[in-house]
Structures are given as structure tokens and as C-alpha cells.
Design a protein around this ligand. Structure first.
Ligand code: UT7
Length: 316
């Protein structure tokens, strides 16, 4: 039996922050943001909103369950990516478990920053393949606006808030997650980080150029390597759904893989970089646009602080 993605869900704040809004906050321009990143707008929780990462994650999870036709009490595990957890502990995953009533699940957070969803899909497929779980929720629950220095134009234009979730379920053998490959390099920990409140560095800090280069070279490499393990090449991919950080990164990876534009999913223009929520949010929109058809070979990929990156190949 395969571990199929049986349902997707999203939860987005209503509040839209446009490039024009940012022009009034820092020394930037719509033109600079658009040409350097492709981003036009992002969703941001209002400063005084009581909502936490777990609220976005729980709402997305409930929609994913409903679309999968799976009850919360059938979920065996909840794996949550997110860089601004509700608390240091308990995990956001346990808080979401309670909010959605998944009383038979075990739950924990995955600290792999923007790669959290791709890491989670790998773990979920192993839990299902091993027979330990029938259904696993993998969630990206991100309130990045709470970790952004709104006076730093290098970073504040990039990020958005979102929750997005996938239910993975035991399904037919010829569908689902075929293969995953994950990689990490702690030697590059300094190029993208969010410090500890106790150390007074609790804002996202990034060496953008360094991250850009690593993202392009390593994501292309891990996708090629994952495909090769199955005797496949990028030409076999029907759709590539990668972490949405910057349209220039997506174009450069697409070019390296030799993928035509229509096979590369892009929605960063509407949401900015939503970290671990970005891949399931892009998948959700790809499905809504009718771009996911049964039998398609879909490549998921992401890279984030750690550095941590990886790829999942999914037969839709
Ligand atoms: O989820 C994974 C994490 N993040 C990423 O994947 C992001 C990876 N990096 C990037 O997307 C890009 O490196 C950025 C979009 C962050 C920056 O683009 P860049 O083409 O690498 O620009 P840069 O850092 O070389 O900056 C060029 C110039 C600099 O001015 P000088 O030094 O050339 O005079 C910056 O100060 O642009 C300036 N700049 C800005 N100007 C207007 C930086 N941010 C802004 C801004 N508005 N918001």
C-alpha cells in the first residue's frame, strides 16, 4: 500500500500586506520587491490578533481532514513544521491535537524551518508504510510576522503568515509517496536563523545571497538524486511544487532541471514566503486550479534554516 495525500487544507489571515504598504514602512519599492522576489502581497495576522500558529494549523488541518473524508479520531500522528511555535513547549502539534480533537494521535513538532513539510511527508510515509498509522496529518503552521524585524528591508518584505495541511493515508500501491531524500548541513546554520528570545536576537536573520545560491544548487541536486534512485529524470516530472521563497529561485531551479514553465508551480506572488506552509499551500492551489491529475508524477521540494532541505516524489 502507498501513502497517498488524501486531503489538503489551508488557513490564511484576511489581512493583506501589499508592496505599497511596505513602501510606507521601510525604504523599498514595489518595483524592487517584484523584480528581486516576484512577491506582490502577503497575508499577515494583525499585530493585536489573538491567533497563534496552532490556530492557523488547526483550521488548515480540519479542512484537510474534511476533504480527505477522515475523522480526527482516525489520525495516528500529527507532525507540525513552524518557526514560531505557540510556546517553547508543549509542541504546537500537541496544541493542534487538542484543538481538532485527534485524541488517538501522537504529536510532535519538526524543527526544519521551511523544509518542515517535506521532512514531515517523509516521516508520515514511513509511519504509514510500516503499518504504524493509517492516517497522518502533516501541517505547516506559520506566524512569521511575529519573528520579522519590520524595520529590516532585507527580510520584512519576504515573509507571510499561513497554515496549510495534508492528510496522508494508506492507499493503493501504485499511488502516493514513492521516495523521499532529506539532507542537512549544520555548517551553514549561520546563514538563516531566528535566535532565542533570551539572547536578544529573536528576529529572522538571513544572508540572502548565500541562501539563494544554496537553495538553487542543493534543491536541484536533491531532486535529481531522488529521481535517479527511482531510475527517473526531471523529464518524468509532471509538476514541480517547491518551497515558495522567491520566483527567481524557482525559475533558476526549473531551468537547472530543464522543466518548462508550466510544470513549475508558482504562487509566491500572492503569499510571500510562508516557510513550512508554502509547499502544502502551493499544492492546495495547484489542485484547485486542476493542475493535479491522478497518475501524475509530482516533485515536492523545500529548503530552509538548518540548513535543511529535501525532496518527496509523489505519484498523484
Ligand atoms: O525560505 C528560505 C529562506 N529565504 C530565501 O530563500 C531567500 C533567499 N534570498 C533571496 O531571495 C534574495 O537574496 C533576496 C530577495 C533576499 C535579496 O535579493 P538579492 O538580489 O540577493 O539582493 P541583494 O541582497 O544583493 O541586495 C541588493 C541591493 C542592496 O543594496 P546595495 O548594497 O547593492 O547598495 C540591498 O541593500 O538591494 C538592497 N535591498 C533593498 N532595496 C530595496 C535589500 N533589500 C531591499 C529592499 N528594498 N527591500
Amino acid at each position: 500500500m502507498g501513502a497517498i495525500i488524501s486531503g489538503l487544507g489551508i488557513s490564511l489571515p484576511d489581512n493583506v500586506l501589499t508592496n505599497a504598504d511596505l513602501e510606507r514602512m521601510v525604504d523599498t519599492s514595489d518595483e524592487w520587491i517584484l523584480t528581486r522576489t516576484g512577491i506582490r502581497e502577503r497575508r499577515i495576522l494583525p499585530k493585536d490578533s489573538p491567533l497563534l500558529a496552532s490556530d492557523l494549523g488547526a483550521a488548515a488541518a480540519l479542512q484537510a481532514l474534511q476533504r480527505a473524508g477522515v475523522r480526527a479520531d482516525q489520525v495516528g500522528a500529527i507532525l507540525v513544521g513552524g518557526i514560531v511555535p505557540d510556546m517553547q513547549f508543549p509542541s504546537t502539534a500537541c496544541i493542534i491535537q487538542e484543538k481538532i480533537g485527534a485524541k488517538n494521535a501522537f504529536a510532535f513538532d519538526i524543527t526544519a524551518a521551511c523544509a518542515g513539510f517535506v521532512y514531515g511527508v517523509n516521516m508520515a510515509s514511513l509511519l504509514i508504510d510500516s503499518g504504524q498509522c493509517d492516517h497522518v496529518l502533516v501541517i505547516g503552521a506559520e506566524t512569521l510576522s511575529r519573528a520579522v524585524d519590520w524595520t529590516d528591508r532585507n527580510t520584512c518584505i519576504l515573509f507571510g503568515d499561513a497554515g496549510a495541511a495534508a492528510v496522508l493515508s494508506r492507499g493503493p500501491k501504485d499511488r502516493g509517496v514513492i521516495r523521499s531524500l532529506l539532507r542537512s548541513d549544520g555548517g551553514a546554520a549561520d546563514i538563516l536563523k531566528l535566535g532565542n528570545l533570551a539572547h536578544g536576537t529573536a528576529c529572522i536573520n538571513m544572508d540572502g545571497k548565500h541562501v539563494f545560491k544554496l537553495a538553487v544548487s542543493e534543491v536541484s541536486r536533491v531532486v535529481v538524486d531522488t529521481l535517479a534512485l527511482e531510475g527517473l529524470t526531471a523529464a518524468n516530472l509532471d509538476l514541480f511544487v517547491a518551497h515558495q521563497a522567491n520566483v527567481r529561485i524557482l525559475n533558476a531551479i526549473g531551468e537547472k532541471l530543464g522543466l518548462p514553465e508550466e510544470k513549475v508551480m508558482v504562487n509566491v506572488q500572492r503569499y510571500g514566503n510562508t516557510s513550512s506552509a508554502s509547499v502544502p499551500l502551493a499544492l492546495f492551489e495547484a489542485e484547485a486550479e486542476g493542475r493535479l491529475k491522478p497518475g501524475m508524477l509530482v516533485g515536492l521540494a523545500a529548503v530552509g534554516g538548518g540548513m535543511a532541505w529535501g525532496c518527496n516524489l509523489v505519484r498523484w
